[in-house]
Every structure is written in structure tokens, then in C-alpha cells.
Write a protein that binds this ligand. Structure first.
Ligand SMILES: C[S@@+](CC[C@H](N)C(=O)[O-])C[C@H]1O[C@@H](n2cnc3c(N)ncnc32)[C@H](O)[C@@H]1O
Length: 275
């Protein structure tokens, strides 16, 4: 959207938008001048902000590979999936298991319209415009029910999105509702902006980033390690638990790209035998 055309209806081009800022940081073109300005402010706070975003995508790639390969998951519900980018979750999953099915959920109109265009070619992928804070609505959508068998294990992926849900919107209750509706053997994967000690973050990058997001379409609510762990109540953690994302099964040859103390993440499994 680096074009000069007016934005499509329902799209606010005057306020920085979390999906489009992220797109710009990833090198995408689906963003407006306000988003690029906010991204520049983030880069002024921490020059390797684009690296943080790349590290998050790399974490997501390792998680999806683990889920599709080692855990044998074939159904994915990607909450806050974001704008289509170079390698999307369905491409990651289908490169391991061709029959993997993915439903993306996002409440942003730009994400939805670009997602529709991208997904027009696949019958194992869908994009739903919905708010993740309403699990009952999400889990009853026809696109979800058409692609995902909720009686069998599903991986719910929340990459870099739960930090846009304030405590007042009851994010723990929301995730617990997904958990309770999922079959045993399902998984939850989370990456999340996090608080750091003065020693870990001497320049208060987290504070600076949080203040840039104050003017955006959604505000940033970073949480402590314990706060992120609490999303996994009722799940058994996959080793190594909730850690800095670059420390989650990095594998040989892994090179971090950004500020290492920004996001924590983990993967948990709902106990019980998968049907
Ligand atoms: C930073 S992007 C992350 C994209 C992708 N998950 C990733 O990690 O690369 C956050 C996405 O979450 C979406 N989002 C934020 N709040 C949401 C909500 N309440 N329901 C659904 N999507 C939401 C935004 O529109 C945006 O596309």
C-alpha cells in the first residue's frame, strides 16, 4: 500500500496500526506513512527492532516445525496471524506435512483483505476476520469448522499477539476457554513481549517500545515470565518451557538477529491421549 490511492473502506490510515508496523519491520509493502513513522520511532529506541521481528518469525518457524514434525499436528489455528509475509504458517507446516490445515484469525481489515487474496489458491487454508478475545465466535465460524476437526488435536498459535490484549480483557480466561474446547493432545504456542530486569535491559528498551505503541491501534502490555507462564495453566510444558525466544530449541547454526531480551515464548500440550 505504498500507493497514493485512498485506503479501502474501514481502514484507518491516520493511526499507526500494529499489523502494518510489523509488516514494515519485516520488509513488507502493506503499510502507510504513519506506520512507517511509528516503525522508525521503534528503531530509534532499539536499532535492531527489525531483528526482533525476524527472531519472532524464526521462533515461529521452529515451533511450527516441532508441532508438525515431532508432535504430528496437522491442524493449526493461528490467532493474530498478521499480514502475509515471506513464509507463512501454512507454508511452514505444509513443507513438513502436505496435508496440514491452517486457519488464520485476525481482526484487522487490511490483514483480512490481503489474506483472502493470498489464500484464494489453497483449499487447506482459510482466513477469518474475528477477534481472538471471543473464542466462542472464533470456534463456531464456518471456515474453522470446515477445516479443523475440533475433536482431534489442534495447535493454537499466539505469536506476538497476546501482548496486545490488556488484563481488563481477561486474556487468561480467553486462553483457558480455547484450552477447554480443544481435544486432549492439542497444543498452545505463545511468544510475548516481556518485562526485563534493569540488568537485562539497561537502556529500558521495553519502556521505550511500549511508549511508541501508545499511539497505535493497540497498546503493548508486556508481561513477566510468570505472567506468560500463566497462559499455559492446564498445559504440560514442552522443554525448555517459557524462555527467551532465541533460546527455544535454537538448533545448530542459529544466529539471533535482534535485541535478545524482548520476547519470551513457549509451547505446551493439553494432557491426555490424542484421539
Ligand atoms: C505483531 S502481529 C504478529 C503477526 C504474526 N502472528 C507473527 O508473529 O509474525 C500481531 C497481529 O495480531 C493481530 N491482532 C491484534 N489484536 C487482535 C485481536 N484481538 N484479535 C485478532 N487479531 C489481533 C494484529 O492485527 C496483527 O496482525
Amino acid at each position: 500500500m505504498m500507493t497514493r490511492n485512498p485506503p479501502p473502506e474501514g481502514i484507518d490510515s491516520t493511526r499507526p496500526n500494529v499489523a502494518r508496523i510489523y509488516d514494515f519491520l519485516l520488509g513488507g509493502k502493506d503499510n502507510f506513512a504513519v506506520d512507517r513513522e511509528a516503525a522508525r520511532q521503534l528503531i530509534a529506541v532499539t536499532p535492531d527492532m527489525a531483528g526482533v521481528v525476524r527472531d519472532n518469525r524464526s521462533f515461529l518457524g521452529r515451533v511450527i516445525r516441532y508441532l508438525a514434525d515431532e508432535a504430528g499436528i496437522r491442524q493449526f489455528l493461528d490467532l493474530g496471524g498478521g499480514l502475509p509475509t515471506r513464509t507463512n504458517v501454512h507454508e511452514m507446516a505444509q513443507s513438513i506435512a502436505q496435508d496440514a490445515r491452517v486457519v488464520y484469525v485476525d481482526n484487522d481489515p487490511v490483514v483480512w483483505s490481503h489474506g483472502q487474496a493470498l489464500l484464494a489458491r489453497g483449499d487447506q487454508v482459510a482466513m477469518v476476520r474475528a477477534d481472538l478475545r471471543e473464542p466462542d465466535d472464533v470456534l463456531r465460524r464456518p471456515e474453522v469448522l470446515a477445516l479443523l476437526d475440533l475433536d482431534r488435536p489442534v495447535a493454537v498459535v499466539c505469536a506476538s499477539v497476546l501482548h496486545f490484549v490488556p488484563d481488563d480483557d481477561k486474556p487468561y480466561q480467553v486462553i483457558a476457554e480455547y484450552r477447554d474446547r480443544l481435544a486432549p493432545g492439542s497444543y498452545l504456542a505463545v511468544s510475548h513481549g516481556t518485562t526485563a530486569t534493569a540488568e537485562e535491559d539497561p537502556g529500558d528498551v521495553v519502556g521505550g517500545v511500549t511508549s511508541v505503541y501508545r499511539q497505535a491501534s493497540a497498546q503493548l502490555h508486556v508481561r513477566s515470565r510468570a505472567g506468560i507462564q500463566s497462559f499455559f495453566d492446564g498445559f504440560e510444558m514442552v522443554a525448555p518451557g517459557v524462555v527467551w525466544i532465541n533460546e527455544w530449541r535454537p538448533g545448530r547454526g542459529f544466529r539471533p538477529a535482534g535485541q535478545p531480551r524482548s520476547l519470551r515464548g513457549g509451547v505446551g500440550r493439553k494432557p491426555g491421549a490424542a484421539r
